[in-house]
Design a protein around this ligand. Sequence first.
Ligand SMILES: Nc1ncnc2c1ncn2[C@@H]1O[C@H](COP(=O)(O)OP(=O)(O)OP(=O)(O)O)[C@@H](O)[C@H]1O
Ligand SMILES: [Mg+2]
Length: 248
Amino acid sequence: MESRHPILLLKDLTTGYGKIQILRDVHLTVSRAEIVCIIGPNGAGKSTVLKAVYGLLHPWSGSIYFKGEDLSFLPVTKHVTRGMVLVHQDNNVFPNLTIHENLEIGGYLIPNTARLKSRLEKVFEQFPSLYNKRKHPARSLSGGERQLLAIGMALMTEPDLILLDEPSMGLAPQMMAQVFSWVKRIHKDGKAILMVEQNAKQALEIAHRGYVLDLGKNRFEGEAQFLLDDPKVKKLYLGGRDTYENLS
Ligand SMILES: Nc1ncnc2c1ncn2[C@@H]1O[C@H](COP(=O)(O)OP(=O)(O)OP(=O)(O)O)[C@@H](O)[C@H]1O
Ligand SMILES: [Mg+2]
């Protein structure tokens, strides 16, 4: 029954920081089998959506449903145990700890040592490059490998939905492609993914559906290929850094 419903549903979400409103009536869904991508210019409110979904900000109005449960006022610590995890845009690993230690921290909520060990084995199996460097400090990793470690830490929580905030940020094109291929691999392994990206074209190429957010509002949405082909989306969001207001 549940699988027919979206795993994540945002209805008219309005929120902000202090008294400053950032999001206005944002709607969005993610189903269990999807990679969904949010694109849009700097400051559009993309990270704010992820923070609200993860309980770091409470809605001023509107609702956030996860697996059918209204999470709007759930304390942030409970989101992980419900099966979702957020990989932040930056500072998402502990540079002075080893890869192994970082992953153990990722799994700190797993109460059972044997389960923690088997999770760790699974992540190492999926991403052998992390295993090979498990005793190295995270600061010795390249930018792309750090993103992989951050994703690995998220996988340690056994999530059903992973919220990824700009996993390809600051990476050279080749490394960016590698990160997106890792995202695809995780999805194949049964995870739903909501990903924010400024590298919009590349992100839409691996996503099923996408939403364009600008100035805190939904602007465009649809199948990823539809957005890739849409002339307005192309002109405004798949190359430059223009805003919706300049569309004429
Ligand atoms: N902690 C905060 N306090 C106050 N304002 C904030 C805070 N974090 C973000 N903002 C503001 O909220 C707006 C949306 O920010 P957000 O980080 O969600 O944008 P974004 O779409 O993720 O942008 P980017 O592509 O640069 O990451 C921006 O105007 C930003 O300055
Ligand atoms: Mg952001």
